[in-house]
Design a protein around this ligand. Structure first.
Ligand SMILES: *[C@@H]1O[C@H](CO)[C@@H](O)[C@H](O)[C@H]1NC(C)=O
Ligand SMILES: *[C@@H]1O[C@H](CO)[C@@H](O)[C@H](O)[C@H]1NC(C)=O
Ligand SMILES: *[C@@H]1O[C@H](CO)[C@@H](O)[C@H](O)[C@H]1NC(C)=O
Ligand SMILES: *[C@@H]1O[C@H](CO)[C@@H](O)[C@H](O)[C@H]1NC(C)=O
Ligand SMILES: *[C@@H]1O[C@H](CO)[C@@H](O)[C@H](O)[C@H]1NC(C)=O
Ligand SMILES: *[C@@H]1O[C@H](CO)[C@@H](O)[C@H](O)[C@H]1NC(C)=O
Ligand SMILES: *[C@@H]1O[C@H](CO)[C@@H](O)[C@H](O)[C@H]1NC(C)=O
Ligand SMILES: *[C@@H]1O[C@H](CO)[C@@H](O)[C@H](O)[C@H]1NC(C)=O
Length: 442
């Protein structure tokens, strides 16, 4: 007497087939290509990415977002696309309006007519309303003439809606050498139809301009400029041990000496402000990644440590101990934001394998990495570009377990000979469905 008849086998097999397919459909999604020098902004739990340069060497106008609430330990992230920018865009800077906490301004940057190598000088500011969603281009910034395609700088917006942008590079064509600016630009976006632009007179401006820095606004109105690369690379080292501070109330610069752990000079890194201590005027800045700014470097070099913490009360650097499992390769020209206790890092250039000073498009990332800043641990995130491998693994386990269970059932029931053939047919069929899914996905 048999405990299991053929109907039971069919049911079990059908179950595996259906569950595998459901898994597949749930996991199948569009995934952005690797890129660097994109802009990013976090609005209403959605982390937006704008433009960037792709592996194909084209500057894209794509807009992607991740629902950060959906990010958790060991899940595949789901990507969504928003209406593309009017231009291909990279090396710009973004900020989120304090008036509505949702309008995103993309300022400066190098712009191209989408899908062409032709520069597009049409607008100086692109404004994205994620709620509609809709784009608007601002052709004029009143008062500015030399702000055309200003790039490699970072904007901060204060609680009064004033936007401060230090320096940056100019760009008008491929063949000229760049000028590194030393000005402080103050933009006031009144109603997003018009932007008032000025260059207030400032005191104690840094004698040597620097770019590819990070700018972080503290609650006391000081902007902390960390790292960056100077015209004369030889003095970039001082940009980590003597930070440049800009007081937004007095329009004045000062130098702040930083003690503590040695933190190698870097540019193209990222910084986030942890404000959970802000009531006690005790804010920390967490710095990730970047490339080394050694004098006369002929390629992008790695920096240590990859993660550094600046205590802005004591003005000291510290290096948290972080277990390296699930850590990213050292990235530069990536994006980073803080969401609750998670520093989310996306895209960028893998510095360790770089061979020259032009970002190597074979070394770009489209992975997401998450640093838990409460426990200083990298959270397990399944890379977007490996989600199909992950499916294969799941699927193989599904088949493997299915086959094993079947074999146990079959040995028990004594239907070995006929059923082996049946089993093979079923697995083969599933495999074909699986192959089809892969093709459908790509
Ligand atoms: C924007 O966010 C800040 C900080 O969370 C909050 O204090 C402010 O009330 C918000 N403003 C609007 C218009 O929602
Ligand atoms: C500028 O350089 C890019 C990349 O090297 C190239 O694709 C583009 O054709 C150049 N544009 C002009 C106007 O020379
Ligand atoms: C800004 O410039 C534009 C174009 O020149 C002009 O139409 C507008 O009135 C100006 N706005 C202000 C506030 O000056
Ligand atoms: C930057 O500005 C300077 C001075 O106006 C000019 O000579 C140079 O050609 C510009 N460079 C680029 C890349 O646009
Ligand atoms: C830049 O140089 C390239 C080759 O040297 C030339 O073909 C191109 O016309 C130049 N572009 C500009 C804008 O001068
Ligand atoms: C960097 O290069 C310049 C010019 O070639 C040279 O004068 C200088 O000594 C170099 N500096 C270092 C630290 O190697
Ligand atoms: C910053 O340093 C002060 C003084 O040592 C300390 O009390 C505070 O906890 C530190 N802040 C953080 C966030 O670690
Ligand atoms: C993520 O999951 C792993 C394995 O379950 C666990 O060891 C780790 O502590 C988790 N990390 C976080 C930040 O929850």
């Amino acid at each position: 007497m048999t405990l299991f008849n053929m109907n039971t086998f069919r049911k079990i097999h059908y179950m595996f087939l259906v569950s595998s397919l459901v898994f597949f459909i749930a996991a199948s999604q569009n995934i952005p290509n690797p890129r660097y020098a994109q802009a990013s902004a976090l609005v209403n739990n959605k982390l937006y990415f704008f433009g960037g340069k792709l592996e194909t060497n084209t500057v894209t106008n794509e807009v992607w977002y991740l629902d950060v609430e959906s990010l958790s330990n060991a899940t595949i992230h789901t990507w969504h696309q928003s209406p593309s920018m009017p231009v291909g865009y990279y090396y710009g800077t973004s900020c989120v309006s304090v008036t509505d906490n949702s309008t995103i301004l993309l300022i400066g940057g190098i712009s191209y007519t989408p899908n062409t190598p032709n520069l597009d000088f049409d607008a100086k500011v692109y404004i994205f309303n994620p709620n509609k969603p809709q784009w608007k281009s601002l052709k004029f910034i009143n008062g500015s003439n030399n702000f055309v395609m200003r790039n490699n700088m970072q904007a901060v917006m204060n609680k009064y809606g004033q936007i401060f942008i230090y320096g940056g590079l100019n760009f008008t064509n491929n063949n000229s050498s760049n000028t590194v600016y030393n000005d402080m630009n103050l933009l006031l976006a009144t109603d997003y139809n018009d932007i008032l632009w000025s260059t207030p007179s400032v005191t104690y401006a840094p004698p040597t301009p620097f770019i590819q820095y990070t700018a972080t606004l503290l609650s006391n109105g000081l902007i902390v400029y960390i790292g960056g690369i100077q015209e004369t690379q030889a003095i970039s080292a001082t940009l980590m041990t003597t930070l440049k501070l800009f007081d937004t109330y007095y329009n004045s610069w000062s130098d702040q000496t930083i003690s503590g752990d040695p933190i190698e000079s870097r540019a193209g890194h990222s910084a986030v402000l942890d404000i959970k201590y802000s009531s006690a005027q005790n804010e920390i800045i967490i710095v990730y990644g970047g490339y080394s700014t050694k004098t006369n470097a002929t390629s992008y070099n790695t920096v240590t440590p990859d993660v550094a913490v600046l205590n802005t009360t004591t003005w000291t650097w510290s290096t948290p101990y972080i277990f390296q499992a699930h850590a990213p390769p050292l990235l530069a020209l990536h994006s980073a934001v803080l969401y609750e206790n998670y520093m989310i890092i996306a895209f960028g250039l893998n510095v360790a394998q770089s061979t020259g000073l032009t970002p190597d498009t074979n070394l770009l990332s489209n992975d997401i990495y998450i640093l838990d800043i409460q426990n200083y641990a990298w959270v397990i995130v399944i890379p977007a570009n490996q989600s199909s491998e992950y499916n294969i693994l799941q699927f193989a386990i599904g088949i493997g377990v299915g086959v094993a269970i079947l074999i146990i059932f079959l040995s028990f029931s004594g239907y070995m000979c006929y059923s082996k053939y049946f089993n093979y047919q079923e697995v083969h069929y599933e495999y074909l469905v699986f192959q089809y899914s892969i093709h459908y996905e790509s």
